[in-house]
Design a binder for this molecule. Structure first.
Ligand SMILES: [Zn+2]
Length: 346
């Protein structure tokens, strides 16, 4: 009998990519709608990175009964200041100070420093050692758990961040809505540019935008790439202009084909409408969700900031994208508005 064929994981993954690329556009759109995976948020790098470490001195206490006294004296005479995320005591170990705290020119040891400056505790330690501990506080439970091996940490989980970073940030019904609206962007590009497969999508740079008012679960506007006619008419810019038109603004006279709009309404069971003109009329895209097939460029990302969009969703990264690839505009705190960004539809 021949030995079982050893499966080659690399070949498998290449095959699966090839198969996916050859997927017909309609199958791709179906898979976007029916996927069980939820969109994933894109936060600042600080939420994903390994925490930077710093070297500190640790004193191993001779007598456990001295710990509370040492704790008080050290907090007064050798406060941790910027390291308040670190617990001072772990079992018989006490965190004394960063190694950099001692003057490296004098080459004074931590023992000599204590004898000279805090003589009342100089005999309390069995030995001193150096350890590495996180320099900055953990922002997520994952970072917290990863760093406990270094030292005990104070951590107050941000429940919103923990939920939004989880595998299931949305209710099932919300997640399905996000998928349907994202599928619209593919359907629009398919209709306008004769796209037949996922590979056609990958080999083009066409984009489309769908703006939704989530409070009434209604499509406010749709837009498709018109860069071949006008260099500024990226779909996000057109979509913002279209929203402005619902609020007695806007300058461009371009709209999505009416037949396509009707087809989309029927196929995806969506509704069109806006609260503009009512007492609840929003300012530009305030509270709106914007769905883009591709990550918007920096100009469009900035336009979406100015338009006050609430959440942005996109499927494919773009090399000069403003929300993930080139920069993350949503993480620049000095901007006067901030939105959340999600991807992970494919
Ligand atoms: Zn753009």
């Amino acid at each position: 009998m021949e030995p079982p064929v050893k499966r080659n994981r690399i070949d498998d993954s290449i095959n699966s990519i090839t198969i996916k690329n050859q997927t017909g556009i309609d199958n791709l759109i179906d898979s976007i709608i029916n996927s069980k995976n939820q969109p994933q948020i894109i936060l600042g790098d600080e939420y994903y990175q390994t925490l930077p470490l710093i070297k500190v001195f640790i004193g191993h206490v001779k007598q456990p009964k001295d710990i509370s006294k040492l704790f008080e004296i050290l907090n007064e005479k050798l406060p941790l200041k910027h390291l308040l995320h670190l617990k001072r005591v772990r079992k018989k170990d006490i965190l004394l100070s960063p190694v950099s705290f001692l003057n490296s020119d004098t080459q004074e040891s931590i023992q000599e420093y204590i004898e000279r400056n805090i003589p009342e505790i100089k005999d309390c330690f069995e030995y001193f050692r150096e350890a590495t501990v996180p320099l900055t506080p953990p922002l997520t439970r994952k970072q917290y758990m990863e760093n406990l091996r270094h030292w005990s940490l104070n951590f107050h989980p941000n429940h919103y961040i923990e939920t939004i970073m989880s595998d299931q940030p949305f209710k099932q019904s919300e997640a399905r809505n996000h998928r349907i609206y994202m599928a619209l962007t593919f359907e629009i590009v398919k209709w306008y540019f004769n796209i037949k497969s996922y590979e056609d999508i990958l080999q083009s740079d066409f984009n489309a935008a769908v703006v939704v008012d989530p409070t009434i679960n209604s499509v406010v506007t749709l837009a498709v790439d018109n860069r071949h006619e006008h260099p500024l008419q990226h779909p996000a810019m057109l979509a913002i202009d279209n929203v402005a038109k619902t609020q007695e603004g806007g300058v461009w006279k371009i709209d999505i084909d009416d037949t396509l709009k009707e087809d989309l309404k029927e196929k995806f069971k969506i509704q069109y409408g806006t609260r503009s003109g009512t007492a609840e009329s929003p300012y530009l895209c305030t509270g709106y969700y914007v769905y883009l097939l591709r990550e918007p460029c920096i100009m469009c990302s900035m336009g979406l900031v100015h338009a006050r969009a609430k959440k942005i969703f996109f499927s494919l990264d773009t090399p000069l994208g403003g929300l993930k690839s080139k920069t993350k505009l949503q993480c620049i705190e000095s901007l006067n508005h901030c939105f959340e960004v999600f991807t992970g539809f494919l």
